[in-house]
Write a protein that binds this ligand. Sequence first.
Ligand SMILES: NC(=O)c1ccc[n+]([C@@H]2O[C@H](COP(=O)([O-])OP(=O)(O)OC[C@H]3O[C@@H](n4cnc5c(N)ncnc54)[C@H](O)[C@@H]3O)[C@@H](O)[C@H]2O)c1
Length: 439
Amino acid sequence: MKLGIIGLGAIAPYFLDAIERDPGLSLAAVCDLDGKKLAPWRERGLAGFTSHRKLLDAGLVDGVIITLPNDLHSDVACAAMERGVAVCCEKPLAITAADAQRVIETSHRTGSVLFTAFHRRYNRHLLDLAARLPADRTRIAQVVHRYHENIEEHTGGDLWYLDVSRCGGGCVIDNGPNALDAVRHLLGDLRLTDAAIGDVRAGTEFCAELDLVSADGVPARVELDWALPTGEIKDIVVELRDGTVLTADLLDGHDAFKSSLAHEYSGILDGFKAAIAEGRDHRDPGPDLVALVEDAYRVARRKETRLRTSAKHESVAKVVKLLFHALDDRGMTLSPWASRCVRAGEVHELLTTTDRPSSEGDRIDHVGFLGFAEFQSATVVERGDEVWLGGRRIGTVAGFDECHFPNHYNILIDVPALCTASDVNLRIGSEVNFKEASR
Ligand SMILES: NC(=O)c1ccc[n+]([C@@H]2O[C@H](COP(=O)([O-])OP(=O)(O)OC[C@H]3O[C@@H](n4cnc5c(N)ncnc54)[C@H](O)[C@@H]3O)[C@@H](O)[C@H]2O)c1
């Protein structure tokens, strides 16, 4: 099979080396917008093009490998398939599910093979782990896949990775497809149950946590990180229901940077050839993975919080009056508000409770009174905020009771055991700190 490669950047050499190792494949043409990258290939007598259209029009290739920035994948893949050329496209197949759908429809209409390159599914440690799993997947309690790296060590120098319009996002769309595909290889089709992103820099997230469930009901978590100081962690831990733990370090034995990619990219080309042999029967998972990524962004971006991101400054309230009593029939009511704005200088009452109120209207009877405190700066007190006293975390804000409003709010603090001012050694002038919940 005669192949062309479109995009001669950081990842292309792994394909080029894999082609050279495979006697059934030959490189017939290369393409890159940057003419300087073509020169060494032209010197070797190979056809070099600065436009993918010219490469396709030259009719030199049976298949192309697309190693371009993410936003270009779908158009170039469609252009190739329209000319009857088989496509092996780097992940993600597209940056939107609608574009991925367009690509797969073009494949169906033209009969040209579409194959998305997910290299981790060919990793020998992943394959070994898959072989060790029980055939009955319901015996698996959970799967956790860590995919951590420093993105700067993986780029080819161009900053398209950090441009949301070209990359489509950050670590979720970049590493997500390979990590999700690896878990999918172990568990089958996945559905997203939750997603969080964080460390967002100019719209690009540098960390994420994706929660999924397989069709068999097995939960899986994918942790993505672009911000390791240096190096990589790419491992999978499978916990079985009987307590057995099975692991795979995908980089074990591949000490040199990216050296695991040699056998993985040979695997991709074997997969591409197998897909061509299957022809119209080949079902490419590329669009499913783009849809999962899009789903993850939709869920994560709706969240009010971001991982690893402090969203408010810690506020201090100074105790101005102490209270020492506790009641078991106080009859307070949880207000509907999850948060309340508090101005500097306002005084509110602090109470502990063991009743665990959680829904609007819940009755609160068991109450230990701490006293009244003056907020030293304006803040937003929120359910879940941690309450600290003298370096000790005494509980978290459960919510508010408004029976004395507008004079003051009763700020209810969930605690393991009721306490009053004397139980926690509170003094006039003591500082009570309200901190956002740590994650
Ligand atoms: N770098 C990695 O570790 C890695 C790993 C797995 C997958 N990938 C995927 O491979 C793809 C390429 O990534 P990369 O890191 O090699 O990027 P890169 O920036 O190093 O290379 C992209 C190349 O495409 C060329 N190019 C840009 N626009 C072009 C156009 N219109 N026509 C022709 N050439 C054009 C650029 O000149 C550059 O040489 C991405 O989809 C990425 O997600 C990269």
